[in-house]
Design a protein around this ligand. Structure first.
Ligand SMILES: [Zn+2]
Ligand SMILES: [Zn+2]
Length: 526
């Protein structure tokens, strides 16, 4: 979830505005957004948002936050196409200004000059940003790698990056994702060979799962289909969207005609190659449904699924579940452990070292990684001769220039969650209540009392998630009796009465289950 704010002469520019995805700590939540309170408080000084590339961790928050921020966006055509699609989905496309800048070109924003510098990554049009200010220059790499055969786009060459470094760069803000990799990331071109071999070996239907946004990989799969004499079937809304935007930007020119799932199922098994989303174990994506047998594409013993992607940390359990289901059907699986079917989009150490050599910064500011990645990246940069390295925590304010960099403050940051259509604090009342209910269960007790505090009729008790299963009727009867007993002794003090009932019912629950559910007492005066 990337958001960077650069300030100069009292003006601010945001670089990227991403989301991250929720885990089980956020029950009922899919999307987590950054809390932008700091810049919202000085919104008049925010000049714009510059987007490095179209991955969700860099642009995903725009549909929810861009309209309120009310500043123009700047992106290259492919990224802009993805953003426009998101804004249209939210019906705010006409209310957010989106400037399209050609790759390699620049623009000015107050005291800042920006130049998009094309880089290789795992999506078309990843850009580094060369940021010029009156006090010095910053090279913000965005997500990047080195790739001699990127298949899509023409990344900046070593000569061009050296020229940028020779002009003088003070600060390198650099991707830390793969700092623990001793090897370079490898080329998209090599993957074509590995995938072609894996598909050629397969006898039955072949499903390849990859990130939809990796248009170069999608192009590769088009070539592999042609080479292996298979028709290409593409399933998943996000793949359709990427292919549409990529074609509109002049990419995927040689992409083969695709067939739909029904046609694919009528072809001989060894004549079809299916590209599907869901390689990270996403429950609603095509691969999960194929595994469960609820998708128009059906797989059987002897068919093959190729995982042309890495397992993103945290997704192992979900991916494993799908792989077990597929294995149970006799489907064969190929991952990057068995064949060269994936390369990373982030730089390993040899690539990082090359970048330091070209850019020659005075200061390295590691970004894009967990704390352990950024700390290691700082150590690695220093070991390679960069004079200074500085690691920020979320919310740290660092003065980069002029002079030696230093931490000068810390401001409010945090996480918001998108819950239905509502944006909430990630650890606020709503989510905390939901966690408690999901952990402990809940009991509602309705009690009618007269004006004198006397119990009227019989209390009502309802349970949610309390582990009594088929003992629910006797348990409820006992809870009702306990509530009635407590109400009889209650008296006129409403709060005391409510608390007495709550404790009495909770004691019953604890005796029956060993748990302490949330007990809500509703006192109704009749
Ligand atoms: Zn990325
Ligand atoms: Zn990223």
């Amino acid at each position: 979830m990337n958001v960077n704010l650069y300030g100069c002469q009292g003006k601010w520019v945001m670089v990227d505005c991403g989301i991250t995805f929720a885990d089980l700590n956020y029950p009922g939540i899919d999307v987590i957004l950054p809390d932008l309170a700091f810049i919202e408080e000085r919104i008049d000084d925010l000049l714009g948002i510059v987007l490095t590339h179209g991955h969700e961790d860099h642009i995903g928050a725009l549909p929810y936050l861009a309209e309120d921020l009310g500043v123009p966006l700047f992106a290259t055509p492919f990224t802009a196409g993805l953003i426009r699609g998101k804004l249209e989905e939210e019906r705010i496309a006409d209310r957010v200004k989106l400037h399209v800048i050609e790759p390699g070109k620049g623009f000015d924003l107050g005291p800042f000059g920006f130049q998009f510098v094309p880089m290789s990554h795992s999506i078309p049009e990843a850009n580094a940003l060369l940021i010029d200010t009156p006090v010095g220059r910053v090279f913000h790499t965005g997500d990047w790698k080195l790739d001699a055969a990127p298949l899509i786009g023409s990344p900046a060459t070593a000569e061009q990056l050296t020229a940028i470094g020779d002009d003088g760069v003070d600060v390198l803000v650099c991707d830390s994702t793969n700092v623990f990799n001793a090897e370079a990331s490898g080329s998209e071109g090599e993957v074509r060979l590995g995938l072609a071999q894996a598909v050629a070996k397969a006898r039955g239907r072949v499903v390849v799962t990859t990130f939809a946004s990796n248009a170069a990989r999608v192009a590769t799969l088009g070539e592999v289909a042609k080479e292996t004499g298979r028709k290409l079937c593409v399933t998943g809304r996000s793949l359709d969207r990427i292919i549409r935007v990529a074609k509109a930007c002049g990419y995927l020119k040689h992409f083969p005609e695709t067939i739909d799932a029904d046609t694919a199922m009528r072809l001989p098994r060894d004549k079809v190659l299916i590209v599907a989303t869901g390689g990270q174990g996403e429950a609603r994506a095509a691969l999960a449904r194929i595994a469960e047998g609820t998708h128009p594409i059906a797989l059987d013993a002897g068919d093959t699924v190729i995982f042309s992607s890495k397992q993103i940390p945290g997704n192992e359990v979900a991916i494993g579940r799908i792989q077990n289901t597929l294995a149970g059907r006799g489907v064969e699986m190929v991952t990057e452990r068995q064949a060269h079917v994936h390369v990373s989009g982030h730089p390993g150490r040899p690539e990082l070292a090359a970048m330091y050599g070209w850019i020659k910064p005075d200061l390295l500011l590691p970004v894009h990684g967990e704390m352990r990645h950024m700390m290691e990246h700082a150590r690695f940069g220093l070991s390679q001769g960069i004079p200074q390295a500085l690691v920020q925590k979320d919310g740290d304010v660092v003065r980069l220039l002029p002079g030696a960099a230093e931490k000068i403050g810390h401001v409010q940051v945090g996480r918001l969650v998108l819950d239905g259509d509502v944006i909430l604090p990630a650890d606020g009342t709503t989510i905390n209540e939901r966690r408690k209910v999901s952990l402990h269960g809940q009991i509602s007790v309705a009690v009618a009392v007269g004006r004198d505090g006397r119990l009227k009729g019989e209390p009502e008790v309802r349970l949610q998630g309390v582990p009594v299963e088929e003992d629910r009727p006797p348990f409820t009867a006992e809870a009702v009796a306990a509530a009635a007993e407590a109400a009889r002794g209650g008296g006129r003090d409403r709060d005391k009465l409510r608390e007495g009932i709550r404790l009495a019912v909770r004691r019953v629950a604890t005796r029956w289950t060993g748990k302490k559910p949330i007990v809500d007492v509703l006192l109704i005066e009749v």
